[in-house]
Each structure stands twice: as structure tokens, then as C-alpha cells.
Ligand binder design. Structure first.
Ligand SMILES: [Zn+2]
Length: 266
């Protein structure tokens, strides 16, 4: 016969009454162990030329955070529109990609486009205008944002908190794979920016997300060209690994992953 401890029984009833779950009930869709958000920033030629064909080969959907004043956007607008039709996300990365020139290593920031010299209102208007341009391309009203240079301060004041309601998800800071789902806030997502690393090192990031049961946000720039690049071979090796383990990893746009997080984790 099982002896029921009165204290234990009371706790059990209390948990049922309060609908408190001792363990997190969060699950990724279709039994996946981790989510993988592949992002490509700054609308670069090598993304259209190299990343997109590789993603399409495996049937993976990714998010492209477009800098709308970039020549690789303005001269190839129809190609960016075509990737949205194919199911990739066109994310907002502002029009002019202003960053803070006063930070260390920011000698490359143009004085005319220095976030330290701009106002919050200027940035709000720019972000709204960028959403309008993107809407004309893809017809979407639900979108995500990656903060250029991950700099939140315009003229010393936080502009990102002012535009947060315009998006369902924001890639907002540098960081690593979250150790638990409670640490994941959809409008304050931490990203890893791999530069010049191997396919094995990229795969180690996604394996870490599987081990934690959380998600990994990889933010790329050049793929086999441009700047802050990884090689085509490393990129291909990562995609091949994800394709070989489709039941383990849910690879999708940050828009779709954000929708899921809002419904199940917020
Ligand atoms: Zn950028």
C-alpha cells in the first residue's frame, strides 16, 4: 500500500488549483529539439548570389535584414522581392544603417550617418518608412527587426524601445545560445555573428541549442564574399547538417519562430 504524505498531497492539490506546472511545458513544433533562425544582414550581393541558392536547394527559409539605401538592394530590388515570394522573410534593418561613431573601432561610421548625431524621432520615421517600402515589395504587415550594429541609442536615447510595437520580434543584442526558454524574450533576442569560422564551428552552435532545448540565432553578413564573411563551404556544411537532421531542428524565418514564441512562450 502507498502511504500518502499529507504535506505532499497538499502541495499537489495546491499546484493543481493554481495551475502551476513544476516543469516547463514548452515544446517546439513537430517534436523538434531546437529552433534555428538563419539571418543575413545588410542586403549584400553574396547573399543573393550564394546564400539564397544554397538555402533554396535544401528548402530552408531564412530572414534577410535589408539596408534599403544599399546599392545591392536598390539595383536588385526584384530579386529581393522574388525571395519573399519564395517564402523568405524581408526584415527591417532601417534605410541608412546608422551606427554609433563614438564607440571603439567605429572609424568607418560616416559623420552624416552617425547614430550619436541623430534623434529618436528621426529613427522612428526611418524605421516606419522602411516598413512601408518592404510592404510594397512583399505585402506583409507582420515583420521583424534587427538593430543595426546592435546600437540602441540615437543621440543618447533608446530608439529601439520606441519602435518595438511595430514588430513581432527583434534581434537586439549580442549573445550566445539561451540556456532555457524563460531567458528568451522575443523582442530582445541575442544573436551570434559568425565571421570566418568553419562549418564544424557553426554546427557546434546548433548542437548547443539542441542540448539546451532552446534556439540559436545566427546572424551572417557575407557568404563567400563581401565582408564579415564565412565561406560558401562552411555555410553549405551547416545547411547539409541541418538537412540531415530535420527532425531535430526547426529551421524557419524569425517571423514564424516569433509567432510561435508569442503563442507558446510569452
Ligand atoms: Zn547591419
Amino acid at each position: 500500500m502507498i502511504k500518502i504524505n499529507k504535506k505532499c498531497c497538499f502541495l499537489f492539490v495546491l499546484l493543481i488549483t493554481l495551475d502551476v506546472h513544476p516543469q516547463s511545458a514548452f515544446n517546439w513544433p513537430n517534436g523538434a529539439k531546437a529552433a534555428v533562425s538563419l539571418s543575413y544582414d545588410d542586403s549584400l550581393n553574396s547573399q543573393l548570389d550564394n546564400a539564397i541558392p544554397a538555402l533554396n536547394h535544401f528548402g530552408f527559409k531564412a530572414s534577410f535584414y535589408l539596408t534599403l539605401s544599399s546599392p545591392a538592394f536598390t539595383s536588385r530590388r526584384l530579386e529581393w522581392q522574388a525571395i519573399a515570394v519564395a517564402g523568405h522573410e524581408l526584415g527591417n534593418h532601417t534605410i541608412h544603417h546608422a551606427c554609433r561613431g563614438s564607440l571603439a573601432g567605429r572609424e568607418w561610421v560616416d559623420a552624416k550617418n552617425d547614430l550619436d548625431n541623430k534623434t529618436v524621432d528621426t529613427l522612428i520615421n526611418e524605421v516606419i518608412q522602411a516598413n512601408e517600402i518592404l510592404n510594397k515589395l512583399d505585402g506583409e504587415n507582420i515583420r521583424t527587426f534587427t538593430v543595426p550594429c546592435l546600437d540602441h541609442l540615437a543621440g543618447g536615447k533608446d530608439y529601439v524601445e520606441k519602435i518595438a510595437q511595430l514588430f513581432i520580434g527583434i534581434k537586439a543584442k549580442e549573445g550566445s545560445v539561451a540556456s532555457n526558454m524563460k531567458a528568451i524574450k522575443v523582442k530582445n533576442i541575442a544573436v551570434i555573428g559568425p565571421v570566418n569560422i568553419s562549418g564544424d564551428e557553426l554546427i557546434a552552435y546548433v548542437k548547443n541549442a539542441k542540448a539546451q532545448g532552446t534556439m540559436v540565432n545566427l546572424t551572417f553578413h557575407g557568404i563567400g564574399g563581401d565582408y564579415l564573411s564565412i565561406s560558401n563551404e562552411a555555410h553549405q556544411q551547416l545547411l547539409q547538417y541541418l538537412a540531415d537532421n530535420k527532425s531535430i531542428y526547426w529551421v524557419d524565418t524569425f517571423r514564424n519562430i516569433s509567432k510561435y514564441l508569442i503563442e507558446h512562450n510569452e
